[in-house]
Design a protein around this ligand. Structure first.
Ligand code: ADP
Ligand code: MG
Length: 583
């Protein structure tokens, strides 16, 4: 019989109270009723308050609450990659196979239910001294990711035994370590509390770009590996499509895609697409390096909060193995709304627009887990965090956008008015910024050439000039513009259409190497320079426009396979030939 004070005392949606205040601790995992997973979020003199991460419908005051004596956490081990989980790391694929489309309350099917045998290579010998973070074994988790098993935190000492076998289930003991009098057996599974970041040896400042193959990002607003970026945009502005593009193309080892509070069919779509897509880097399916976490709009709101922490904890786990990891969260606004809802039920005093006062510190705790690191396995690795933000009515002054801005250094502002004119990606070049430009310049100079950095500045300058001129033309019209001003407008248009716009459905254009980006810029700027010379020699701009050369260059992105970059020379020749014909 349960003691009376271990029964639910009060229920308010996903928030429950129990009178027992002695035997729980903060952030402890609890099981409620049929085993629904919850977390202790508040303890005071009278009550322990618990947030339930599953559908709480049907709970009554006769239901029991049991503390699990461990913090809310996730299981880590092989089998994560290629899988799809809910916010509390239940394996949705496996649940569907057994229970169909509905997740029964208290259902606990996670990676530990995986009966696979893993072919493990043990890297230590009996007698070796081991400590936290050392890699004691590896296995091929997928054909592209080697899973590296680290000595867990708190385990230190001599290896005293090694299993003779080659193949292991997740729960089979692989090695035993003796520390003083205590013997610890290590298997292929570990546990980690989701709210606590995993320790690292050292943090470094970001100095390498995250290459995305998207020109407006790589060239104009570059992102650093180990950095934080936000992607604000109103409904339909293109956040999800852009995040999918980043997940597909960015140059990392492991991608973690968290669908938080958005439509479920989008999650289905990305799963299907990724199943078919071939990763250009490895020639294998994208699923071989991707983990999905789905807490879509039809799933319990409270689990949205957990999904973000679960995602970033998995990111840290692979980071510790020495991998570059990117985590994409779509969308952090839905996560913040979950915080708001829970805070309301807790009757906390609301701050701006009803969000709790700790919104900002929660966002900080999340984004702080990004970075460039030396892990305890002595490997260089990184976590890049990219959060979509969905401000109501595209109003960027709302609290989630404003607070996220404080902790992210790349701001890719998605603009609905660009979506109206089908200018994709809709990243607005006037509103966006990247604070990584300066830090990444040395890398670009060394690896792509000084010209890349120089050309970028020129492109930015022309777009800025265009904006100023457009202001003026609004007042006085284009007719009285000087020819060099008309040339700026024409070139800026070419940059917008021929360079910033990118077609995700075109094979040559969906991913563009930095080398091709450099060459495209140089062709555009060559046309600009050469036209400017003509104008200085009093050739009228109207004559240059008649040549249709600007239009032709704007299509070069579609005529340039990645393996045939010499074609750029023919564009330079074409410019020479056409412009020289005027003279
Ligand atoms: P959000 O997530 O901001 O609500 P989506 O990313 O779902 O918006 O985009 C809405 C629609 O806009 C998509 O369904 C697609 O038709 C179109 N779209 C967005 N980005 C692109 C793109 N890069 N290329 C072509 N179409 C796009
Ligand atoms: Mg979306």
């Amino acid at each position: 019989m349960a003691k009376k004070n271990d029964l639910i005392y009060g229920i308010n949606g996903p928030i429950i109270k129990v009178k027992n205040t002695d035997s729980f601790f903060m952030y402890e995992m609890v099981h409620v009723g049929d085993g629904l997973v919850g977390e202790v979020i508040k303890i005071n003199k009278e009550f322990t308050t618990i947030q339930i991460y599953e559908d709480a419908t049907g709970l009554t005051t006769r239901d029991k609450v049991v503390g699990m004596k461990k913090p809310m956490g996730v299981l880590l081990g092989p089998g994560l990659i290629g899988n799809i989980f809910d916010g509390i790391e239940r394996s949705l694929g496996a649940i569907k196979d057994i229970h169909g489309d509905f997740i029964p309350g208290g259902c606990r099917i996670d990676i530990s239910n995986n009966e696979n045998l893993w072919n493990v290579k043990i890297l230590v010998k009996v007698g070796d001294e081991v400590s936290y973070g050392m890699i004691f074994a590896t296995c091929a988790e997928t054909s592209v990711v080697e899973h590296r098993f680290l000595i867990p935190l708190g385990v230190e000492g001599k290896v005293i035994s090694i299993a003779e076998r080659k193949e292991f289930k997740l729960t089979d003991t692989v090695i035993e370590v003796k520390n003083k009098d205590k013997v610890v057996g290590l298997n292929l599974l570990q546990f980690w509390p989701i709210r606590q970041s995993r320790p690292v040896k050292k943090r470094h400042s970001p100095n390498k770009p995250l290459i995305t193959g998207q020109r407006v990002i790589d060239t104009l607003f570059p992102m650093a590996k180990g950095g934080c970026a936000m992607l604000p945009g109103g409904f339909g502005a293109g956040k999800t499509v852009t995040q999918h593009q980043l997940a597909k193309w960015c140059n990392v080892d492991v991608v973690i895609y968290v669908g938080c509070g958005e439509r479920g069919n989008e999650m289905t779509q990305i799963l299907e697409e990724f199943g078919e897509l071939i990763d250009p880097k490895t020639g294998k399916s994208m699923l071989e390096r991707t983990i999905f976490i789905a807490n879509t709009s039809n799933m319990p709101v409270s689990a949205r909060e957990a999904s973000i922490y679960t995602g970033v904890t998995l990111a840290e786990y692979y980071r510790d193995m020495g991998y570059d990891v990117v985590m994409l969260a779509d969308s952090t606004s839905r996560w913040a709304e979950a915080l708001r809802e829970i805070s309301g039920r807790l009757e906390e005093i609301p701050a701006e627009e009803g969000y709790p006062a700790y919104l900002s510190s929660r966002l900080a705790e999340f984004y702080e887990r990004a970075g460039n690191f030396t892990s305890f396995s002595d490997r260089e690795s990184s976590i890049t965090l990219i959060g979509a933000v969905s401000p109501q009515g595209s109003d960027f002054s709302e609290p989630v956008t404003q607070n996220s801005k404080r902790f992210t250094r790349c701001f890719w502002a998605l603009d609905k008015s660009l979506a109206y004119i089908r200018h994709y990606p809709t990243i607005n070049w006037r509103l966006s910024y990247s604070e990584y430009v300066k830090e990444l310049e040395p890398w670009f100079e060394l690896n792509i050439g000084e010209e890349f950095v120089e050309n970028r500045k020129k492109i930015v300058y022309i777009l800025e000039e265009e904006a100023k001129l457009l202001e003026i033309t609004k007042l006085v019209g284009q007719d009285i513009m000087a020819d060099d001003q008309k040339l700026v407008l024409e070139t800026a248009k070419l940059i917008r259409i021929g360079f910033l716009q990118q077609n995700i459905f075109n094979d040559f254009d969906k991913f563009v190497s930095l080398e091709k980006q450099r060459l495209m810029m140089s062709v555009i700027l060559y046309l600009y320079k050469k036209s400017k010379e003509l104008i200085t020699n009093l050739v009228p701009m109207s004559k240059i426009i008649q040549l249709d050369i600007f239009q032709e260059i704007s299509k070069m992105k579609y005529n340039m396979p990645a393996d045939c970059l010499e074609k750029f020379k023919s564009y330079i020749e074409l410019i020479d030939q056409k412009l020289d014909s005027i003279v």
